[in-house]
Design a protein around this ligand. Structure first.
Ligand code: SAM
Ligand code: SF4
Length: 460
C-alpha cells in the first residue's frame, strides 16, 4: 500500500473529467491520498487534451512550472496521461519535468507506474504503438472503467458513465481517432451494473458519454442494443432520476429510436448536444462530416416533432481551411435556423497528423477567425436570450450543484444564504440563494430574471 499524496490536474472535456475521476478512484484504492494543492503532493498527474493546440500549450506551460518546482522537490513524480501522452509518447519523456507518460489504453497501469517511479526513481513510458489497431476487447480497460465510484470532488449526486470509447469518423480536423483509438461500445450489462452501483451511492443524474454516443451499438447473441435500449434500461433503475447523453453525431441511424426514448421516458432529459461544425456544405464535405446543412436541420426538425420542447446545443469550428466569408455566412444562417439553447464556437486549430493538417493549408487569419468567433457567438446570444426569456415567472425543478464560484449579483434575493448554481433538466443554468445543504438535491424554483446563459431564480 502507498501513503503518498497525489494531485490530479485535469485539462479538457467531460471525457477527461471522467478519466480523472477513474484515476482518482484507482489511486484511492491503492492507498494514495488525494490533495488539492500540488505543492503538498508527492505525485502530480496531468490529464491532457490534444483537441486544440491551445490545450496542449496550457499543459506545456504547467509542465514548465513543475520543472521549476522539481528543483526544490527533486523527489516529486510527474505523470502525464491522456491524449497528449498518446500523441507525443516518449517525446514527452524528454521534458525534464516528466517521469511517466501513460496513454489512455494503458491507464489501468497508472498506479503501478507511479509506485514504481516513487520507489525506483526511474522514468516510464506506456503508450500503444499503433492505437488504430488497439484490442477492442481490452479487458483491463473495461475492469478499470467499472471501478468508478463517484469521486468526492465530483458535483454531488452527478456522475458520468462512458458507454463507448474511441471514434471511427475521422473528421479531417480531429485528433480524437488518432489518440483514443477505434470506436468500441461497452457491454450493456457492465453499464447497467455501474449505474445501479452509482444509484446506490446517491447519484441522481447520470450523463452517458461517447464521442458519437448515438452510434452506440452492442451485439450480444441474437440481440443488438442501441443507445435507446440503454436509456430504457437505465430509466428503470430506482434512484436515477435524470439521464443525459453527449455527444451526438448528426446521423439518421438510431436517431428516431433515441428521440422516441426521450419522449417516452420522463427520466431522459429533453436535451440534445448535436454539433453541426459548419453551415456550408462545401466546408462540411472538406471536414468529412457526412451530412449537408439541410440534412442536419431536418434532423433537428425531426427531433422537435417528437419532443417539441427539446433544448438543443451545438458546436462550430470557424476558420477551417478554405472557409470564405460566404461559407461563414451560411454557418450564421444555420445558427439562426437551428435555435440552439447554446453553442460552443472554436477557432480551427491544425492538429498534426490529421488529414486537414496534411492536405489543407490554413487560409483564414487569426484575426478573421477571432472576428467570426465573436460574430457567431453574438448571433447565438440573441437566440439564447429569446429562449431563456420564455422561462420568466415559470416554476422549474433544478438539480443543485453547489455554491457559485463567481456569484452573480442578485440583490433582491435572500442574502442570508450563498448563491447556488443549479441546472434544469434541459441543462439551463439557474442560480438562486439558498442553503448549501441543497447541494446534490432537487429543488423547485421560480425564475425571476433571465439572461442569455443564466436564469436567476427564487427558491420556493
Ligand atoms: N465527438 C464530438 C463531435 O463529433 O462533435 C466532439 C469531439 S471534440 C473533443 C469537441 C469539439 O471540439 C468538436 O465538436 C469540434 O467543434 C471541436 N474541435 C475538434 N477538433 C478541432 C480542431 N482541430 N480545431 C478546433 N476545434 C476542434
Ligand atoms: Fe472527432 Fe469527428 Fe470523432 Fe467527433 S466525430 S470525435 S469531431 S472525429
Amino acid at each position: 500500500m502507498n501513503t503518498a499524496k497525489a494531485h490530479i490536474k485535469n485539462f479538457g472535456c467531460q471525457m477527461n473529467k471522467l478519466d480523472a475521476a477513474l484515476v482518482a478512484a484507482a489511486l484511492k484504492k491503492a492507498g494514495f491520498s488525494l490533495c488539492d494543492d500540488d505543492r503538498a503532493a508527492d505525485v502530480v498527474i496531468i490529464n491532457t487534451c490534444s483537441v486544440r493546440d491551445h490545450a496542449e500549450q496550457k499543459v506545456l506551460s504547467h509542465l514548465g512550472n513543475l520543472k521549476h518546482a522539481k528543483k526544490s522537490r527533486p523527489d516529486l513524480v510527474v505523470a502525464v496521461i491522456g491524449c497528449m501522452a498518446q500523441r507525443l509518447g516518449s517525446k514527452l519523456l524528454e521534458h525534464q519535468a516528466v517521469d511517466i507518460v501513460c496513454g489512455p489504453a494503458q491507464i489501468p497501469q497508472i498506479t503501478q507506474l507511479i509506485s514504481a517511479a516513487l520507489t525506483d526513481r526511474k522514468k516510464f513510458v506506456a503508450v500503444t504503438e499503433d492505437i488504430r489497431r488497439a484490442d477492442p476487447n481490452n479487458a483491463a480497460l473495461e475492469d478499470f472503467e467499472s471501478l468508478y465510484d463517484s469521486d468526492d470532488k465530483q458535483i454531488p449526486s452527478q456522475a458520468f458513465v462512458r458507454v463507448m470509447r474511441g471514434c471511427d469518423n475521422f473528421c479531417t480536423y480531429c485528433i480524437v481517432p488518432y489518440v483514443r483509438g477505434p470506436e468500441v461500445s461497452r457491454p450493456p450489462d457492465a453499464i447497467i451494473e455501474q449505474l445501479k452501483r452509482l444509484a446506490g451511492q446517491g447519484v441522481k443524474l447520470v450523463t452517458l458519454l461517447g464521442q458519437t454516443v448515438n452510434s452506440y451499438q452492442y451485439k450480444a447473441g441474437e440481440r443488438t442494443y442501441c443507445l435507446a435500449d440503454i436509456l430504457e434500461m437505465a430509466a428503470g433503475i430506482p434512484g436515477i432520476e435524470w439521464l443525459r447523453f453527449i455527444t451526438n453525431y448528426p446521423q439518421q441511424k438510431h436517431f428516431d429510436p433515441i428521440c422516441r426514448a426521450m419522449a417516452a421516458l420522463p427520466k431522459v432529459c429533453n436535451y440534445l448536444h448535436i454539433p453541426a461544425q459548419s453551415g456550408s456544405d462545401r466546408i462540411l464535405k472538406a471536414m468529412n462530416r457526412r451530412y449537408t446543412a439541410a440534412e442536419y436541420l431536418a434532423l433537428l426538425d425531426a427531433a422537435r416533432s417528437i419532443i417539441p420542447n427539446i433544448a438543443i446545443a451545438g458546436d462550430f469550428i470557424v476558420g477551417f481551411p478554405g472557409e470564405t466569408e460566404d461559407d461563414f455566412q451560411q454557418t450564421v444562417e444555420l445558427v439562426r435556423k437551428a435555435l440552439y439553447k447554446n453553442c460552443f464556437v472554436f477557432k480551427y486549430s491544425p492538429r498534426p497528423g490529421t488529414t486537414a493538417d496534411k492536405r489543407l493549408p490554413e487560409s483564414v487569419s487569426a484575426e478573421i477567425k477571432q472576428k467570426r468567433n465573436i460574430e457567431l457567438l453574438a448571433v447565438q446570444e440573441t437566440i439564447s436570450a429569446e429562449l431563456s426569456a420564455q422561462f420568466l415567472n415559470k416554476q422549474v425543478t433544478v438539480l443543485v450543484e453547489g455554491p457559485s464560484k463567481k456569484p452573480h449579483l442578485n440583490k433582491a434575493e435572500n442574502q442570508n444564504h450563498p448563491q447556488l448554481v443549479s441546472r434544469t433538466a434541459d441543462d439551463w443554468i439557474a442560480v438562486f440563494n439558498g442553503p448549501e445543504s441543497l447541494a446534490g438535491k432537487f429543488a423547485n424554483v421560480r425564475i425571476t430574471k433571465t439572461s442569455p446563459l443564466t436564469l436567476f431564480a427564487q427558491l420556493l
